[in-house]
Write a protein that binds this ligand. Structure first.
Ligand SMILES: [Zn+2]
Length: 118
């Protein structure tokens, strides 16, 4: 049962609504594909797969800080540790449902730069 269904079930029952504990609607939770921990989406970065213009066999994985890019997205902590974990477990291709060679250089760049500034 999802949080939303649970809220509706609560409302439909005779029990008076409890305090506003259910903030899930404004703060969605995602699972990091690297360490697999659940985290607020606001603290994770979204990544999407894009076709490479150079090679049909290559899928370019790019960060999507604005969360606006079309296509299937995956979520992960913007850290090199989670990135390397995701790579090792081949979680990126699995989460994005893509196969072939993954070019994650843009991701690595993004994570490294973030790291320097934090
Ligand atoms: Zn993580």
């Amino acid at each position: 049962m999802t949080a939303v269904e649970w809220t509706q079930a609560q409302r439909e029952s005779s029990a008076p609504p409890r305090a506003e504990r259910v903030s899930a609607r404004s703060e969605p939770v995602r699972t990091c594909i690297g360490c697999r921990r659940r985290e607020l989406a606001a603290d994770l970065m979204r990544v999407v797969a894009q076709r490479s213009v150079d090679s049909e066999q290559t899928v370019v994985v790019v960060p999507d800080p604005r969360r606006r890019l079309p296509g299937r997205g995956a979520w992960m902590h913007p850290s090199s540790a989670c990135l390397s974990q995701a790579v090792r477990r081949r979680a990126i291709g699995g989460a994005l449902r893509v196969s072939g060679h993954l070019d994650i250089s843009a991701l690595e760049h993004y994570v490294e730069n973030r790291h320097e500034h934090s």
